[in-house]
Ligand binder design. Structure first.
Ligand code: NAG
Ligand code: NAG
Ligand code: NAG
Ligand code: NAG
Length: 510
């Protein structure tokens, strides 16, 4: 009995949890990734209060405010004179602050060996992919080739439903920050670096023939102007050979080695040394196909004593939104609160995507059992109002920003109106943000039109990262990325948005 209790029981519990996770990932491949439902938040955010601790400490928000402007001091990148931007479209490559400058990277990497990356699925997963790739580039000592991003096939109407519509890297991330961290080459130099044949192997970090992902390898080859892209004819392989069960495509590690790592759908590396053990090869231009949470950075960034703790933290600090967007968001927020004292709430419990997929799992019982409530503007407004009374929110915050996908805009607009009628705290949403963005990027014409959904999502992200307090939405990788950045940057408190239903929540665990 004691042996059973001490040894077998914990093992059985662990096995049970893992098999559940595995089955879940297997069955829900299409959506799990963009939602990251398998994440245990407390594991990644030591500062996050336990979910059953029913006590949002609103006062701490004010203290945390003082920390929130430290980023620029932490990252010592020379800033351009802002007047340089006046008149020019801030989205143009020429006006980005890294152009025409030599930036010394913290990690100098071998200039004769490269690493390209094809990002996984939606925009938030692609951010995870690029962070993983930076870790791998440092581990393998390879210069990173700046990748293109891809539009969201479902969330961005300008993609026309395509998973290969390209967005240049600098439109989502600040180039000078990444350049100050590691050695990179620009997309325009990829052809010269790799030769016309382009990629010589696939570093297989995730199953290679997923239909949203594999067409991207060819799309990247075309983007880099690799003229003879037949050497890695992944599209042809996934459409034809795979169905006929012909020999696996040329990937690394080779299939039998991969098997010995028990990789499953994902290949994971536990450390820098482990990455070198699993992914060292003599190839010149491998493409990492589709890294997704395959490195330990999310576990390591708050452990400076760990070998790769410092690198992990630096990766988050150097993968931030473009500077012009930071500047825009700063002035947008100050319109409503000169001291930037505000609460941001992410609301993402939509019936179609979220409920259908996430309520198959047991971990969101509280949300799934009360879904009607979550779809009712009046109920949300009442609960939010009561919650603010309880924490003294009207004194602590100047306004509330509610970030939401377009499908939930009507619902949130209802909450906004309800608050207005009750004379409560001001709620700001996309409706105000879209107008301000259009005005800010008015001189960008077509370029802004094409990128407006990207920019809207990035701006909402920046707002939520800046907020003195942030209420995240469970099971959303957008929320997850915001929460982890807030944590890394030492911003204010992050808690679950279900906290506003604390009356319902009494005695239950999420
Ligand atoms: C990468 O290799 C170069 C030699 O080519 C060496 O000088 C450099 O220190 C290495 N960088 C890292 C981060 O290992
Ligand atoms: C989507 O369709 C429109 C209209 O046909 C076209 O102008 C645009 O280039 C297309 N976008 C993509 C990413 O294919
Ligand atoms: C590919 O070639 C086209 C046409 O010459 C050029 O406009 C584009 O900038 C090139 N792309 C890259 C990434 O080098
Ligand atoms: C891929 O291979 C097939 C069969 O060999 C060939 O027909 C096709 O043109 C190739 N595609 C590319 C982009 O090279």
């Amino acid at each position: 009995m004691t042996v059973f209790r001490k040894l077998l029981l914990p093992i059985l519990i662990v096995l049970f949890c893992f098999s559940f996770l595995f089955i879940f990932v297997e069955n829900n491949q299409k959506l799990t990734f963009e939602f990251s439902s398998s994440i245990r938040l407390e594991k990644y955010f030591p500062s996050l209060p336990k979910t059953d601790e029913n006590n949002p400490k609103a006062e701490s928000a004010a203290e945390d405010l003082s920390k929130s402007n430290d980023l620029k001091n932490q990252i010592n990148v020379e800033r351009p004179v802002l007047s340089k931007l006046t008149g020019a479209c801030a989205l143009d490559r020429e006006v980005q602050s890294d152009v025409g400058k030599t930036i010394e990277p913290k990690y100098k990497l071998d200039p004769t060996r490269f690493l390209a990356v094809a990002g996984s699925r939606g925009p938030n997963n692609q951010i995870v992919s690029i962070r993983d790739s930076i870790y791998l580039a440092v581990a393998l000592n390879r210069t990173l080739i700046i990748p293109p991003w891809f539009k969201h096939d479902r969330g961005d109407p300008t993609s026309n439903g395509s998973t290969t519509a390209i967005v240049p890297f600098h439109q989502r991330m600040d180039m000078s920050k990444i350049k100050s961290l590691i050695s990179v080459i620009e997309p325009e130099d990829a052809q010269q670096a790799c030769g016309e044949d382009g990629f010589d192997i696939i570093y297989r970090l995730q199953t290679i023939c997923q239909k949203e992902n594999y067409p991207r390898v060819q799309a990247i080859e075309e983007y880099y102007n690799f003229t003879s892209s037949s050497s890695l004819n992944l599209t042809y392989y996934c459409q034809n050979w795979k169905k006929q069960q012909l020999a696996p495509f040329e990937t690394f590690p080779p299939p039998d080695e991969l098997k010995s790592y028990k990789a499953g759908n994902f290949l994971q590396v536990a450390s820098l040394a482990d990455a070198r053990k699993k992914l060292s090869s003599d190839h010149k231009c491998p493409v990492a196909s589709y890294p997704y949470k395959c490195t330990p950075i999310m576990r390591q960034w708050h452990k400076p004593e760990a070998d790769d703790g410092e690198l992990s933290k630096a990766i988050f600090e150097h993968t931030q939104r473009p500077e012009h967007l930071e500047i825009f968001v700063d002035s947008f927020v100050r319109k409503y609160s000169p001291d930037k004292k505000f609460l941001s709430i992410h609301w993402r419990y939509d019936e179609k995507d979220w409920k259908n997929e996430q309520c198959k799992a047991i971990q969101y019982k509280l949300i799934c059992d009360n879904f009607d409530l979550l779809s009712d503007s009046k109920a949300i407004a009442d609960f939010l109002g009561k919650h603010l009374d309880k924490i003294g929110g009207e004194e602590v915050f100047d306004f509330i920003y509610i970030a939401t996908p377009p499908s939930e805009m009507e619902l949130i607009h209802g909450v906004q109106r309800e608050f207005e009628n009750q004379g409560r705290l001001k709620i700001v949403t996309q409706m105000q943000l879209i107008d301000a963005l259009a005005e800010n990027y008015a001189n960008c014409g077509e370029k802004y039109e094409d990128l407006r959904f990207e920019i809207l999502s990035l701006a909402e992200m920046e707002i939520s990262i800046t907020a003195s307090t942030y209420y995240l939405s469970y099971g959303s990788s957008w929320s997850f990325n915001v929460a982890i950045e807030r944590s890394v940057m030492g911003r204010g408190e992050t808690i679950s948005n279900t906290e506003i239903f604390s009356d319902l929540k009494e005695g239950k665990k999420l």
